[in-house]
Design a binder for this molecule. Structure first.
Ligand code: ADQ
Length: 492
């Protein structure tokens, strides 16, 4: 473990705060509440660390945030340092380089990339801005932990500024195979910057292997050695570690919420309106990587192939609005809505609507009520770093009954292979048949599978993840890690 007095400086694109405006135009700031914040908050509080990031509104909006951030700091118990972006930086660095290049490329969708040189220039500029904010606040002994694909270039900038502190990076999205990575016009610069960290962490062994293969191929002097969860990369003058750390959730928090009276009431209310029907649940951010149209097609197919399921199941598809300034996202929304309309038009009978479509943010209690009440979770991304919805669903199944249908291409598949029904999301017939299998699965098998899943998620929770990552960054020996598995499909 890092020395107890070593401060942790966490850096992510977004600060863990939510800035909202009420009907009268007053601005409010509240501390964020995701899994990462929950896990890192005690670490930051105990060690006196800080979180550096963009507050989510641009300088051009001219909203004075100082007092509000001061308030958020008092509530969260650790320091928050905002990095301000202009509207143009947001457009080129965030929407452009991060979300029109790296996001699609790293999810194997190179045809959706928009490789504009001005995006790269802005990315470098903003990464330097983040590096400057870190340099102003860091002490020699601090541990700097940088998150995600928006900030891959920060290490290079910091080293150029002479910062010697230990630095680690975690990539929340997949790392692509060599053939795809090679398409990136700035492939050497990005790789070289990643190699400036002391530890680079990925979600799965597959991502780690992809990264190592890119390093071996593109960086002639690199020598990779070791095996297991964490390996070492030796360069001319230094060595860094590269590892796989499957991110997780605060299991107990979800289980506790699921057992609360509010959630029990909410869950009852949802099912009361869908009597004697099994609920198949999909929950995703609006994103083309989540495979929502393919999933709808599979649902249509199961109703056709097994007509006895008609009037017996409903698909509740929750979509969280996201990145709507990017045209592909707006198109996707239209495609989903057209598809839902078509399926409902084709199958609806008096008293039964097959697809219930919800397009908005749900609060935690509503979300957990859906998790708790749905008999089947249908989680079929075309590619996903991990997928926390799958883990949240299992943690919320306090009665240990429920079936997970999960894409082989979600990072979570490796950990779920003994409990979930794993599917190829492109194989819509296969997904349709998995829905049928889940629907007809005997209760004893459902329970056995769900128990296994819950056991693994309870054990390898978000607190385990933070500890494992910090240990890999600092520990001398690396033999204390559990053996991680990969998922490899088998025939038949
Ligand atoms: P995401 O792509 O956002 O994250 P995911 O891991 O599924 O994907 O997390 C989504 C989060 O949003 C979940 O915590 C869920 O509870 C929340 N959420 C979903 N629907 C909601 C709704 N309607 N209302 C409110 N909240 C909702 C990226 C990567 C993932 C990786 C995570 C963490 O793309 O692969 O698992 O980071 O590393």
């Amino acid at each position: 473990m890092p020395r107890p007095n070593r401060r942790v400086i966490t850096v992510s694109n977004r600060l863990p705060i939510v800035v909202t405006r009420d009907e009268e135009g007053n601005v409010h700031v509240e501390p964020g509440s995701g899994g990462l914040v929950t896990a890192l908050a005690p670490v930051l509080r105990d060690r006196g660390g800080m979180w550096i990031g963009w507050p989510g509104i641009t300088q051009d909006e001219q909203i004075p945030l100082d007092d509000l951030i001061g308030q958020a700091i008092r509530q969260s118990g650790y320091e928050l340092k905002p990095v301000f972006l202009t509207a143009e930086e947001k457009r080129l660095y965030y929407q452009g380089f991060s979300n029109e290049i790296i996001w699609p490329l790293f999810h194997d969708l190179q045809s959706m990339c928009n490789f504009r040189p001005e995006y790269w220039e802005a990315y470098k500029r903003v990464n330097r801005k983040f590096a400057e904010a870190i340099a102003e606040n860091v002490r020699r002994d601090d541990f700097i932990w940088i998150h995600d694909y928006h900030l891959m270039g920060v290490a290079r900038e910091l080293r150029d500024m002479g910062i010697q502190s230990k630095m680690a990076f975690f990539l929340h999205i997949p790392f692509p195979p060599l053939d795809i990575y090679l398409k990136l016009p700035w492939r050497f610069e990005v790789l070289r910057s990643l190699l400036e960290y002391d530890l680079v962490g990925f979600q799965t062994l597959r991502d780690r292997r992809n990264f190592v293969q890119c390093v071996r191929t593109l960086v002639k002097e690199a020598d990779v050695y070791g095996k297991g969860q964490v390996v070492s990369v030796k360069l001319q003058n230094r060595t860094l570690r590269v590892g796989a750390f499957p991110i997780s959730i605060d299991f107990n928090e979800f289980a506790r919420l699921a057992e609360s009276e509010e959630v029990a009431k909410g869950a009852w209310y949802i099912h009361e309106h869908l009597p004697e029907r099994k609920i198949v649940l999909g929950v995703d951010r609006l994103d083309y990587t989540k495979g929502i149209p393919e999933r709808l097609e599979a649902f249509r197919l199961v109703l056709q192939r097994h007509p006895e399921l008609q009037e017996k199941i409903v698909l509740v598809q929750v979509v969280v609005p996201s990145r709507r300034e990017i045209p592909q996202y707006a198109q996707l929304k239209e495609e989903i809505e057209r598809f839902v309309g078509e399926i409902n038009g084709q199958f609806t009978r008096s008293g039964w609507v097959p697809v219930h479509y919800i397009f908005r943010n749900l609060n935690r209690l509503e979300l957990v009520a859906y998790y708790r009440t749905a008999e089947i979770a249908l989680i079929t991304p075309l590619k996903d770093g991990m997928n926390l919805v799958a883990k949240e669903y299992c943690a919320s199944k306090v009665e240990e009954d429920g079936v997970v249908i999960l894409s082989e291409f979600a990072g979570a598949a490796a950990q779920f292979q003994r409990g979930a029904l794993l599917v190829n999301p492109h194989d819509v017939v296969g997904v349709a048949e998995a829905i049928y299998e889940a629907y007809t699965m005997p209760v004893s098998e459902r329970r056995q599978r769900m128990r296994r899943l819950r056991h693994a998620i309870r054990r390898y929770n978000i607190f385990w993840w933070v500890d494992a990552f910090l240990q890999a960054a600092i520990a001398r020996r690396l033999d204390t890690f559990p053996v991680l598995l990969d998922y490899i499909p088998t025939e038949g």
